[in-house]
Design a protein around this ligand. Structure first.
Ligand SMILES: [Zn+2]
Length: 72
């Protein structure tokens, strides 16, 4: 098994579950990423798990993908 850098972001909820399982969800992003949420508002993704302050949508990213905002 190879955890972390394999796989994709097919299911965002699975990613969030995974980083929660690994305890990464409270880890800060090396660099905050500006995201445009599905609700149309922009917010700053500061942690590997960040909730949109406007609509509550949860975004997660695995630690090895923080350099690829398009995968979030
Ligand atoms: Zn939103």
């Amino acid at each position: 098994m190879h955890e972390g850098c394999t796989g994709s972001f097919g299911d965002g909820k699975a990613v969030v579950d995974k980083i929660r399982m690994m305890g990464f969800n409270t880890r800060e992003m090396p660099m905050a990423v500006e995201l445009t949420c599905e609700c149309g508002k922009e917010f700053s993704m500061t942690h590997l798990e960040t909730k949109c302050p406007h609509c509550g949508m949860v975004y997660g990213v695995t630690p090895c993908s923080t350099a690829y905002p398009e995968r979030i």
